[in-house]
Design a protein around this ligand. Sequence first.
Ligand code: SF4
Length: 407
Amino acid sequence: MPKLNFKHANAIYLHLPFCSSKCPYCDFYSVQYTKKGVGQYWAALFMELEDLAAKTENKLVKTIYFGGGTPSLIEPNLIKDIIKKIKNKFKVTPTAEITMEINPASVSEEKIINFKRAGINRLSIGIQSFNNQHLSFLGRKTNSLQNKKILKLVANNFKNYSVDLIFALPDQSLEDFEKDLKELLDFFPPHISLYNLEIHENTPFYQKYNQGKLKLPTEELDAQMYKLALNKLKQAGYQHYEISNFSQKGYRAQHNYIYWLYQPYLALGPGASGFDGNCRYQNLSNLNYYLDYYNPQRLDYYDLDDYNLEKLKKIDCLRDHKKNKIRNITCLKPKEKWGEYSFLALRTDLGLFYHKFYQKFGLEFKSIYKEEIAELKALDLLKENNERIKLTTRGKEVANEVFLKFL
Ligand code: SF4
């Protein structure tokens, strides 16, 4: 089994795998929220931080991201404690972006304020839609009014926040989506992420889809919606800086940039995926395995006085585990690294700089992908100048097909 070795930390992703119910389209790993489950998980999370800190040379951290699951179900005090712990083990820059995903169904004004006090400086809100019928179809536990109320509270308390919207839903017309966009733009959020509905295996939607009970819009309508969004958001002054992401000036997502720039990052929690610069790893998507590994005594964080590292260390999970396995590690071959680097760079409006590719791999990008570049340029999917190559507007519409050429 290869071993992880982080030359740089850069970013930390923490997966908080608790939800109050399961949305039928979602394939992220999550379990039912219980206070006891969170208590045991928190003790384990502290230990994984110890473990990964020991594997990291340069401990500078520029971004922290709490994803899920539904991180907003977690008590702000616990968030405060884990941020303190991260700062204790790593060198977090004073301007670090610290993001938390929130679900409008599980936050109040008090919680929003307390997350800010805990150290969160950016929120990512899973609004998904302002249409009650669509929200109910997606299994969301909020309605349009509640979504707007939470959005307003967030805007009043956070300068930096992002909103997620899903489009290309069954029975959604172009006009429906235009209305969603309009209602969103009334708030003029600093950052917007747009995703079309994807059907993932092992979800209730997948079963329905296979039984012919769920019909997605045609590819043509899906493309029309995406184009509509590009136009509306451009008119409103947003920069379309990545396939699915739009921002006002100065509000690009710093955490995601670390992924797109092919830099290492740490990821903690069951189901979380990280990268040490050479190997990708994925923690097993099973909370019990995770607890067996990092908290075999099932200590409850709520029972530990404040933060008591010595007591936690008695869990003795930092030795080599011979029997238990916590993660799969895949070390990449050079060709795989070139491909990943290329498609991640091409996702952004900066594109791929030839000199950076050379600095990273000691090879000329244009020589490796000579035929692919010629083919994609002839199809008007890529454009280049002396220093870099980027997707064209057409290329953005069929980005996944372009990326496949490099993988
Ligand atoms: S979409 Fe979010 S809230 Fe819904 S099940 Fe997935 S992680 Fe939980």
